[in-house]
Design a binder for this molecule. Structure first.
Ligand SMILES: [Cu+2]
Length: 162
């Protein structure tokens, strides 16, 4: 009788151990997808990159900064409506983009974007531009932005600053 209960105890411990070890696998990774940039000729001083960031981890994440060899300066920007009603862009508050645990943040035309300031060369349609993204938890991640042809939207005038 005693022997059986000990065997049951070990069996139970084994089951518990199996459960606890499978736990970390259920939380996934940080995923950066659909990374692209607008093609822009050299006469345009700036460019912009867009992407979707999926946070499958159990922790809140933050995109702290980005760099690219083709840009003098890279900033994290957002579009906003200026006092005069026109759309403008400015660095995001705190200089970072938060991606809550289990959440998805889209950097897209008319919203959040990675700003390439003072391009060092033209961005040609079809080429891949490596971007280095720095996250608070995940650290550095290198992604390739595909340069795409994109029709200018009728979003009115766009100005830098506010
Ligand atoms: Cu911008």
């Amino acid at each position: 009788m005693k022997r059986v209960s000990i065997a049951l105890l070990f069996l139970l411990m084994g089951v518990l151990a199996a459960c606890s070890t499978s736990e970390p696998q259920s939380s996934g990774q940080l995923e950066v997808k659909d990374v692209w940039g607008r093609n822009s000729p050299m006469v345009a001083p700036n460019g912009a990159f867009y992407m979707t960031i999926v946070n499958n981890t159990g922790e809140d994440e933050q995109l702290l900064s980005a760099t690219a060899d083709v840009c003098s300066v890279v900033e994290l920007h957002e579009m906003y409506t200026m006092d005069n009603g026109a759309m403008g862009m400015r660095p995001v508050e705190g200089g970072l983009i938060s991606i809550p645990a289990g959440g998805t943040v889209e950097l897209k035309v008319g919203g959040l974007h990675v700003m390439c300031i003072d391009k060092l060369r033209a961005l040609e349609t079809g080429e891949q531009i490596p971007l280095t993204l720095t996250f608070a938890n995940a650290g550095e991640m290198v992604v390739n932005a595909e340069i795409r042809e994109e029709a200018m939207e009728s979003s009115g005038s766009m100005e830098m600053g506010g």
